[in-house]
Design a protein around this ligand. Structure first.
Ligand code: PRX
Length: 669
């Protein structure tokens, strides 16, 4: 098994962590799911997991046309759920709450400068309908793709919900991605329209979103007929007449009623581009019915949503967490969500805690990288704020190290709030493994166990399931679940090869009636109590500050520079970001040294930041004459990781084509 050395700490904690935190009795007493209920749900799912999901889909979602087929596996592993049912996701997130909760707040949003705006469910309904009608008037129809490139403002949720309302498939692009990444995603989705803003504010800077859209469209993207621009900063922007329209103008005299487009449960709700180990990011395609069920039920169970809760998930809508736990899951439960546009350190490290205090946040869901960054600033900062309304804390996106978990537990949770460490992926649509806060005893650093209805296993390199506890290997999911990805947009081959082919040909498995294994790409350890510890990615996917990046993408950004001949990128443990990027670069001509090396290194870091976005900026560039390659031509990344970490080379280098290069990589030659 390929076990990057950066995983050693995770492996160690999974073997040595013994602290156990049972749910508090008073939390458990009021929780939606207590230990007894959890065990009933597990039994029900184990008896017939398809019937289990079908019951939940019938009970929890509003269907315009109820389904009779729960799971269609004729084309497995292209599974389809609730196939003859029809529904509308926006109806489920908004309209169905209007009878009883029209005046309840759906969104409380704070801009980085401190401006606050709120929307009741009725107001959200009206804004969504107006934009939906305006999009239709612009020619956007059911099945069209719409790219959304907006700041973390209510308009992002309104735009997503408006697309859902008319059956258009959205593809949200993170506002921190560059014009080039945006263009790739617009072209990948063949989008008909783009929804953006004149700008957003982050970390005190204006992010020029419209300018990036203009740049992206100037170099291709023939499919885009319209660009809808929301006025956020009021700063002047370039304008292309006939193509660009102001959001406020197209919605000004538009009806606040828009009959939802009832779509088939399998209708694609959204695409979300995410990094893999090779090639360009892939468009993960999600469904309407199955996805919404996953988003809805996990929000309800794991975040224990009650009517009085104020739920804040700090993720940007550009990532899957911002889809499932900002735009869809909580709203489908009729919960109030908080959104925040800016950075956690603006104007200082108290911003998150001030927002929790000011808006009475009861459930707070963030990433380990943010917890580590805020912990580093000292406990006196959160102590300045009244966090007494908080009742549940969550973590997502990367393994949380036990020290960060304990800080969260002690300083923010005052040793009494449950912490849900939730494991999932863009591909899984919703959380698959997590404690249930009123039922599961937690261990710092473990996402505990699969949810009812989810069946996980650990397999060895040959794909054999390792029975019993204390097992380490590849994490696989053995039964389909409703919110799973349906395909890779426009590339079903890639869907089959990336997720289903590691242990044999999936189509042969279908013929032979063998079980399918969904390969998550993570390695994991199941401890003696049956708890799962996610150790990290098995492939060349990096997690930088919780953001998913492929080494191949950063490498191809580097080789686009005129002086670069070849590049290899690896991750290196980083105290705050989890992982940082180190690039080994071979230049055309002579290897740069001294001042030239310093200058070029700075230039290349900026170059990557500009071409992909600031999150992909390497921490360090090292110039070399060659990369360490095996005789079959494979780059020995394991060796590069050790070099990047500055640790002793213990691995066998006798298989290297060019063993002499190790001395140079270590800076000794
Ligand atoms: O490696 C796992 C890590 O994040 C990967 C998925 O990344 P992405 O698609 O960007 O989705 C992130 C938000 C769901 C996984 O393969 N990961 C996610 N959550 C956890 C985690 N690793 C450990 N613990 C988690 N709770």
């Amino acid at each position: 098994m390929n076990k990057p050395e950066s995983l050693q700490e995770n492996i160690r904690s999974s073997l040595t962590e013994t602290r156990l935190f049972p749910p508090h009795a008073d939390f458990a007493a009021k929780a939606r799911i207590d230990a007894r209920k959890l065990s009933e749900l597990r039994d029900e799912a184990a008896a017939d997991h398809v019937a289990f999901w079908a019951r939940l889909a019938h009970e929890e979602l509003d269907w315009q046309q109820p389904f009779s087929i729960a799971l269609d596996d004729a084309e497995a592993p292209n599974y389809r759920w609730f196939t003859d049912g029809a529904l509308n996701v926006s109806y489920n997130c908004i309209d169905r709450h209007l009878k009883t909760h029209a005046d309840k707040l759906a969104i409380i949003s704070e801009g980085e400068p401190g401006d606050v705006s709120t929307y009741t469910f009725q107001q959200l309904h009206d804004e969504v309908c107006k934009l939906a009608n305006a999009l239709k008037a612009l020619g956007v129809a059911k099945g069209d793709r719409v790219v959304i490139y907006l700041p973390m403002a209510p308009q992002a949720v309104i735009a997503m919900q408006a697309c859902a309302r008319i059956g258009a498939t959205h593809s949200v692009v993170f506002g921190g991605f560059s014009a080039q990444s945006l263009r790739d995603r617009i072209e990948g989705a063949n989008a008909k329209a783009v929804i953006t803003a004149d700008g957003g504010t982050r970390g005190g800077h204006v992010v020029e979103l419209k300018k990036a859209v203009d740049e992206a469209l100037a170099s291709g993207c023939q499919s885009v007929a319209k660009v809808v621009v929301y006025r956020r900063t009021g700063k002047p922007v370039e304008w292309t007449a006939g193509r660009d329209v102001w959001w406020h103008e197209i919605t000004a005299n538009t009806s606040a009623e828009c009959e939802p487009e009832w779509v088939n449960a399998e209708h694609p709700l959204f695409l979300l581009y995410t990094s893999g180990s090779t090639g360009k990011p892939k468009g993960i395609q999600h469904s309407s019915g199955g996805y919404l069920l996953g988003a809805h039920i996990t929000s309800k169970w794991i975040f224990d949503l009650h009517d009085s809760d104020v739920f804040w998930c700090t993720a940007d809508v550009g990532w899957v967490t911002g889809h499932t736990y900002v735009a869809y899951g909580p709203l489908s439960n009729g919960a109030t969500i908080v959104m925040y546009e800016g950075g956690p350190m603006t104007p200082d490290a108290g911003r998150f805690w001030k927002i929790c205090q000011d808006h009475g946040v009861t459930i707070f869901y963030t990433a380990p990288t943010a917890i580590r960054a805020l912990a580093k600033m000292g406990e006196q900062i959160p102590a300045r704020y009244d966090l007494s309304r908080l009742r549940l804390l969550g973590s997502v996106g990367e393994p949380i190290n036990p020290e960060a978990w304990m800080w969260y537990h002690r300083v923010i949770g005052h040793e009494k709030l449950p912490i849900v460490d939730t494991w999932w992926q863009t591909e899984t649509g919703a959380i698959l493994m997590s404690p249930l806060p009123g039922a599961t005893a937690t261990k710092p650093g473990s996402c505990t166990q699969p949810l009812p209805g989810i069946f996980a296993e650990i397999v060895d390199e040959a794909g054999n399931i390792i029975e019993g506890n204390d097992a380490g290997g590849y994490l696989v999911i053995t039964k389909p679940w409703p919110s799973m990805l349906r395909t890779v947009y426009d590339d079903n081959e890639r869907y089959l090869s990336t997720y289903w082919s590691q242990f044999g040909d999936p189509l042969a498995a279908r013929r032979e009636n063998k079980p399918f294994l969904y390969v998550a790409g993570d390695s994991a350890h199941r401890d003696k109590d049956g708890y799962y510890w996610i150790l990290g990615r098995m492939d060349d996917v990096l997690k930088v500050a919780g953001h998913r990046l492929g080494t191949a993408e950063v490498e191809s950004a580097l080789v686009a520079h005129p002086r670069v001949a070849e590049a290899a990128v690896v991750g290196r443990p980083h105290e705050i970001k989890g992982e940082g990027i180190v690039a080994f670069v071979i230049c055309k001509g002579e290897r740069p040294v001294d001042d030239d090396a310093v200058k070029l290194s700075r230039e290349l870091r900026e170059f990557v930041s500009k071409s992909m976005g600031p999150i992909a900026k390497p921490d360090e560039i090292r110039f070399t004459d060659q990369l360490p390659k095996t005789r079959s031509g494979k780059i020995m990344r394991r060796l590069l990781r050790s070099v990047a970490k500055g640790e002793a080379i213990t691995q066998d280098i006798s298989t290297l084509e060019n063993p002499g290069i190790v001395e140079q990589l270590l800076g000794r030659a």
